[in-house]
Structure formats: structure tokens, C-alpha cells
Ligand binder design. Structure first.
Ligand SMILES: *Cc1c(COP(=O)(O)O)cnc(C)c1O
Length: 507
């Protein structure tokens, strides 16, 4: 409480600390503050000196708590930005390569600053006149990128794949269960009796599919995990069997969720087979292309996505393979009429007479009300670099992943799981000493070496487990999203992994 009170600024409205970011004076008010922010970003990063701050989580939390307690008045912006930069895991560092956590392009961040300054909100035209038009135009281009007819498709910017997957499954639920039961599900809820609905997705799919099923009142158990092959792609024979069994049990195949680019390995499910099986069983096809959607930008990798246009709905995430600051999720449906159950009329946001008078509203396209103009940075990036320019960044990351897997293969202490499909691969450290080769010990050494690299501030490497049971499944992961990183930098990162593995073996 004391901290809060201390931070309160004087009441006069002309103090520089209460100036606004918009209006004619906005840019002038921002200029010195931006100088402060940019300076503190540079100082914090310099002090960090690596991909993340060295030390334990408790040490960092203590630093943050101290600065948060001390910072006040016009020093707060500098002090807190400095500790944020110091205490960040910076994906622009070639050794920060664990997650689908991309280094944003400077041009996208600059564009996003304009959005923050103007603060448009996409829930009504009178809060976002130009931004409403721009989001609509951007979505038409993205629909074309997926292969949809832009005149028939519809979509919206989302917080990410999680929200997009929820939306796809919500529209699927309302349509498929609605047709099966003759009820309007969004009004009357799920029928108490009738066929149990099932969602089919691979064992390697994102957990948001289960989460969505729970939120939609279907229950996580409605999700049937379909087995994968050794590349972690959904097995088409297994999907066919699962659908057949579902119908034989008298249940309703609601949706197939195909993953185009699994989070861990970038595996792409057989999209065409998923589409033909979905059509055969009357199920909705949602393609989760949160990661693999980036492949659509690359001439070389786009063929991997063949069949995506057959989906009823698609999730894309430009805060993964798209180099945007969070959030840059995109949800698209192939046919706008399937969006009907989400339509909303709020008398104070999109009254019918306004719409009839030519004031468009995006309200009925989103689960949210107030919504940031995340379309703007994407639109600027797309026009700045073009699809080709972005495609070259995707290709650079793919090439980096290929050179990384070559380096893993060449190293006697590293074992590759599989070649990269997109820009990520799994591998593990193989112990030097014969006393360390039992699978549980190998798992512990790999998990331990990753934490050692974090503690030393040396690298942010991913850690996951292969599907299945029992020990020996822990794997390390590199997700390469920095198009300017070099093969030599990835090799140095792998050397650091090996050195940390040796140190763990000594314990
Ligand atoms: C990242 C990811 C998601 C979740 O997306 P968010 O943007 O984090 O909400 C969903 N599916 C896949 C395959 C992903 O990789």
C-alpha cells in the first residue's frame, strides 16, 4: 500500500507524468518517454549479457521486488523497464530457442506503438474507424493465403491459438450438434439426452483442444486421442478406425482437429485424409496451424500445408512463425454463414440502424468485447516485407534447423529424434559414462542440464517428453525462430548443452 501511495503523482493535470499519448500533443509527450524506454532496454540487456539473467528464480524475484518497491515518480519508467529487460528471456538471442516464442520484428513493434498510442478498440466502428476497415482487408488476404475464397470466408484476430481453437470448436459444436438435435445450441445449451459428441485429435495435439471441450460443456473426455506415427503425425488408419468405432457406439463425430505443425516437432497431420474422413462422417474439420501456418509464407514449405483450404476453420498465429509481438492470433472460417451462432447485437455497440446506415461492426466475430488492433502490426509487416520477404525469414529458420540437426547427428554425445519439418527438432544428451545409461538417469541428466543452462544464464533450451509411457522419453528441444542466427551460433548452443550434460554427469 505504501508503494502505491508513493507512486501517486501530483494532482495538477499539466504535469508531464499525466500527459496523454493521443491528440496533437501525444507524440510530443511520448518522445522523452520513449527515449527513456529505449535507453533502459539497452542498459538492461547489456547488464543481462545473455539470453536470460543468470541465477535462480528466487534471486530474480527478489531483484524485481526491490525495484518495484523503490521505483516511483518519473524514475519508475526507467527503473522498471531496466529490470524487465535485464530479467527477460530474449528470443532475439540465438541461445534463447526453447519455445514458439519469437523475436519480434522492429517494424512490427514500431507499428504496435501506434496502436498503443491511439488505442482503437475493434468492438465498434466508432472506436476504430480505420482499424475496422484494415482488419477486414487483412483477413481477406490471410483467407487467400490459406486458400479460402475471400468473398466467402470470415475471421477475426484472436489472442492466439488457444482462443482460435476454442472458436473453431464452438462453431463446430453449434453447427453439428445443432443439426443432430434440431436445437439452437447457443440458445438452449447442450441437449440432456442424445448422442454423445466426440472430437478427434492426435496424441500430439495442443492441450487447448481438451480445454476447449471442457469449456464448451462437452467435457475433456469427449476428446479421442488418435495415435501418431514415429514422426508424431496423426495416423490416418487410426483416425478412420476411431471414427468408425464412434459411430458404431452410437456417438456423434463432432469435429476432427488436425494439427499443422505440432508444438514440439512441427509435425503436420495428413490434412487431405483428415478432410475426406471428416466429410464422410459429417464432422467439422478444424486445422490448428498455429505453428505451421508460417509455412504458407514460404514457396519451399507451403506444399506441406496442402489440403488446409479444405478445413471448415483454421487457427494461425503470427506471434510464432510471423515475428509479431504477442498477441497476433488469427481465426478463419471457410464460409461466413457458419459464424452465425456467435452473432451478437448490443444496442450500444452495433445497433441495427447503424449497420443499415453503413457502419460495419466486428463485434459478432469475436468472443471478446474490447479488443486491441492486433491486425495493424501484421498489416504493416506484410506490406513492409511482402509475403516473399516473410517467406525468406521462414526459409532461413528452416535452414538453421536443418544445419542444427546435422550438427546433432555429427556429435557422439547427442541423439537426434527426427529431422525438422519446420524450424524445430528434438534431441537429447547421451551420457559419456556407462554408469549413466539407464533410461531414468538419462532423463534426469537431460532435465538437469536444461536447468543448469538456465541457472547459468547461458541458454534457454526446451524440454519435453515423447508420447508414451515409462522412462527414457525426456527430450530437449530447439525451436529456431531467429532468422538472423547463424549455424555457428546453433553449434555453440549445442556445445553448451554437451558441456552442461557432462557437468550433470559429474554430480
Ligand atoms: C502455440 C500453440 C497453440 C496455442 O496458441 P497460443 O497462441 O499460445 O494461444 C495451439 N496449437 C498449437 C499447435 C500451438 O503450437
Amino acid at each position: 500500500m505504501a508503494g502505491l501511495l508513493r507512486a501517486v503523482v501530483p494532482a495538477e493535470s499539466d504535469t508531464p507524468l499525466t500527459r496523454l499519448s493521443g491528440g496533437p500533443g501525444g507524440p510530443g509527450a511520448l518522445t522523452p518517454m520513449l527515449r527513456t524506454v529505449l535507453g533502459a532496454l539497452a542498459e538492461g540487456a547489456e547488464r543481462r549479457g545473455g539470453p536470460l539473467p543468470a541465477g535462480s528464480p528466487a534471486q530474480l524475484a527478489a531483484d524485481v521486488a526491490r525495484v518495484f518497491a523503490e521505483a516511483d515518480g518519473d524514475g519508475a519508467l526507467h527503473k522498471l523497464t531496466d529490470v524487465l529487460a535485464y530479467g527477460s528471456a530474449d528470443p532475439a538471442d540465438p541461445s534463447c530457442a526453447a519455445h514458439l516464442h519469437c523475436p519480434p520484428l522492429a517494424v512490427a513493434v514500431a507499428a504496435d506503438l501506434a496502436v498503443s498510442a491511439l488505442n482503437p478498440s475493434q468492438d465498434s466502428w466508432d472506436q476504430a474507424p480505420a482499424a475496422t476497415a484494415l482488419e477486414t482487408l487483412l483477413l481477406q488476404e490471410l483467407a487467400q493465403l490459406v486458400g479460402y475464397d475471400p468473398n466467402e470466408a470470415a475471421g477475426v484476430l484472436t489472442s492466439g491459438g488457444t482462443e482460435s481453437n476454442l472458436m473453431g470448436l464452438m462453431l463446430a459444436r453449434d453447427r453439428v450438434i445443432g443439426q443432430d438435435s434440431g436445437r439452437q445450441i447457443e440458445l438452449s445449451g447442450l441437449p440432456g439426452t442424445g448422442r454423445r459428441a466426440r472430437i478427434f485429435t492426435s496424441e500430439a495435439a495442443h492441450f487447448s483442444v481438451q480445454r476447449s471441450a471442457a469449456l464448451l460443456g462437452l467435457g475433456e473426455d469427449a476428446v479421442v486421442p488418435v495415435p501418431v506415427d514415429d514422426q508424431l503425425r496423426m495416423r490416418p488408419d487410426a483416425l478412420a478406425t476411431a471414427l468408425r468405432d464412434c459411430v458404431r457406439r452410437g456417438e456423434l463425430p463432432l469435429a476432427v482437429v488436425a494439427t499443422a505443425g505440432t508444438t514440439d516437432t512441427g509435425a503436420i497431420d495428413p490434412l487431405r485424409t483428415c478432410a475426406s474422413l471428416s466429410a464422410e462422417y459429417g464432422a467439422w474439420l478444424h486445422v490448428d496451424a498455429a505453428y505451421g501456418g508460417g509455412a504458407l509464407l514460404s514457396e519451399q514449405l507451403a506444399p506441406l500445408m496442402a489440403g488446409v483450404a479444405l478445413a471448415d476453420s483454421v487457427s494461425l498465429d503470427w506471434h510464432k512463425l510471423g515475428w509479431q509481438p504477442v498477441a497476433a492470433g488469427i481465426f478463419l472460417v471457410k464460409r461466413a454463414e457458419t459464424y452465425a451462432s456467435l452473432a451478437r447485437r448490443a444496442v450500444y455497440l452495433n445497433p441495427q440502424d447503424d449497420e443499415e446506415a453503413g457502419y460495419p461492426s466486428l463485434l459478432g466475430l469475436s468472443l471478446r468485447t474490447t479488443r486491441r488492433t492486433d491486425a495493424f502490426k501484421i498489416a504493416v509487416t506484410l506490406r513492409t516485407l511482402g509475403r516473399d520477404g516473410l517467406g525468406r525469414l521462414v526459409d532461413a529458420c528452416h535452414a538453421l534447423a536443418r544445419s542444427g540437426t546435422e550438427a546433432v547427428r555429427a556429435h557422439p554425445n547427442l541423439e537426434l529424434h527426427a529431422d525438422p519439418v519446420l524450424t524445430a527438432f528434438l534431441f537429447r544428451y547421451l551420457p559419456e559414462s556407462p554408469r549413466n545409461i539407464d533410461p531414468e538417469r538419462v532423463d534426469r541428466i537431460n532435465a538437469g542440464l536444461r536447468r543448469r543452462l538456465l541457472r547459468e544464464g547461458r541458454a534457454v533450451v526446451g524440454r519435453t517428453e515423447l508420447p508414451g509411457e515409462g522412462p527414457g522419453r525426456v527430450r530437449l528441444k530447439l525451436t529456431l525462430l531467429n532468422p538472423h542466427a547463424t549455424p555457428a551460433e546453433v553449434e555453440r548452443l549445442l556445445d553448451a548443452v554437451v558441456a552442461a550434460g557432462r557437468a550433470e554427469e559429474e554430480l
